[in-house]
Design a protein around this ligand. Structure first.
Ligand code: PLP
Length: 395
């Protein structure tokens, strides 16, 4: 059985907040069969989402976080739109350059860079680098003399669905000495950056973070650092079943909150990843098995041909809850534990909070996992346990 027969049901079951009807990736998945899990992503949707975010962000320039979906066609689409790019490695820089990005539109935003990658970036004309400690500033000064650097801060109080750890950024107490050191090393102490945490569902959730960073910005300027850049990072949300504001309104609220606290910022930058690409792609997958662990098991176990290692890593901690479309939508449902196909016992997607799926779901059914354009193909292993990595089709 393919999903073709069931598309009208799937469409009517779709929440109104999200328009499937005009979605080319949905139409493509419905009209085709796939012999392995496949992410289908629509360039037109990426471009439309860029337009919306960029309209809301106003003067703030978008530097797309390449790691969220590094498909070359996605990068090229964003180059044509005038986007900048936040890169974490030589590989991502080469990818963006090959797709036509100008070095002046690329920031090297990883705070943990290979020295040779810094030298490479410098040699191709990239002049904007992130750092969060003395040793990284010294590395940048050595391999990219005279570069502009921005200091990444740890921000407290993240209300994100996918909060970031303390891995990146420095405590605010370290900021003055790092800006001084940058200047003394002959670098340009160019600005500050932070990340509110990924999937920050509401613009209000930015407020405590902005309240933390704004006094640091003003203090640094008062101390004589002519800061130009405020990089507000990513965090723009995607629709995973809980309502979110339209991207244009969301971005405009954030920019208003920034302006109220920072005043006019010469160079405002945002680095959306998820918010730009997640809703532009969906995964075509298949049910491999439906079973119960005992005769009186209250839950069915539903095993898909895709799991934690083949693209759905963000189900870790059940943080990101993907929505499923099945051929039986609209029929009676019951609670299921959802799991991947590999022989690794952590390859379970949702167990603490079971998923309601149609009772008639069975092996061989095609399912669509919705809004999967971000952090899926880039998180897929090369083929753990012999299961094929996520295939990608760009429309
Ligand atoms: C991953 C990343 C982003 C993108 O975050 P989203 O929550 O996907 O928007 C932005 N900036 C930096 C530095 C990142 O590492």
């Amino acid at each position: 059985m393919t999903m073709n027969a069931s598309v009208p049901g799937a469409l009517s079951a779709a929440p109104s907040a999200f328009s499937y009807v005009a979605d080319p990736a949905v139409a493509y998945i419905a009209a085709n069969d796939f012999d392995r899990p496949t992410l289908v992503i629509s360039r037109a949707k990426v471009a439309a989402q860029y337009d919306e975010l960029s309209a809301g962000l106003g003067q703030a320039h978008i530097h797309y976080a390449v790691k969220s979906n590094p498909a070359p066609e996605v990068i090229r689409t964003l180059v044509r739109k005038g986007s900048g790019f936040d890169c974490a490695s030589r590989g991502e820089i080469e990818l963006c350059l090959a797709q036509g990005a100008k070095p002046s539109d690329i920031s090297f935003g990883n705070t943990i860079k290979r020295a040779a990658d810094i030298a490479f970036a410098h040699s191709v004309g990239i002049t904007l680098f992130a750092a969060d400690c003395e040793a990284e500033l010294e590395k940048i000064a050595r391999h990219a003399p005279g570069a502009r650097v921005y200091i990444r801060l740890i921000v407290e109080n993240s209300l994100a669905d996918w909060p970031l750890s303390r891995k990146f950024g420095c405590a605010e107490s370290l900021l003055p000495s790092l800006l001084d050191l940058a200047r003394d090393l002959g670098l340009v102490a160019y600005g500050l950056s932070f990340h509110v945490g990924s999937q920050t569902r509401k613009p209000e959730f930015w407020i405590p973070v902005l309240d933390q960073v704004a006094p640091l910005w003003h203090a640094a300027r008062a101390a004589g650092h002519d800061l130009q850049l405020l990089n507000i990072g990513g965090g723009f949300p995607a629709y995973y079943g809980q309502s979110i504001e339209a991207p244009r309104r969301y971005a405009a609220s954030v920019v208003r909150a920034v302006a109220a606290r920072f005043g006019s910022v010469p160079h405002l930058m945002a680095e959306p990843g998820r918010g730009l690409v997640a809703e532009a792609g969906h995964i075509a997958a298949e049910v491999l098995l439906v079973s119960r662990k005992s005769a009186d098991d209250l839950h069915r176990w539903v095993y898909l041909d895709i799991g934690r290692f083949s693209g759905l890593a963000e189900t870790e901690g059940e943080a990101i809850r993907y929505q499923l479309t099945t051929p039986h939508d609209g029929e009676e449902t019951g609670p299921c534990v959802l799991a991947g196909p590999s022989c690794d016992s952590v390859d379970i997607l949702y167990e603490k909070r079971p998923v309601q799926l149609p009772v008639s779901l069975r092996d061989g059914d095609k399912v669509m996992i919705r809004c999967c354009g971000a952090y899926t193909s880039s998180y897929s292993s090369v083929g753990f346990n012999g299961f094929p990595p996520l295939d990608v089709i760009v429309l």
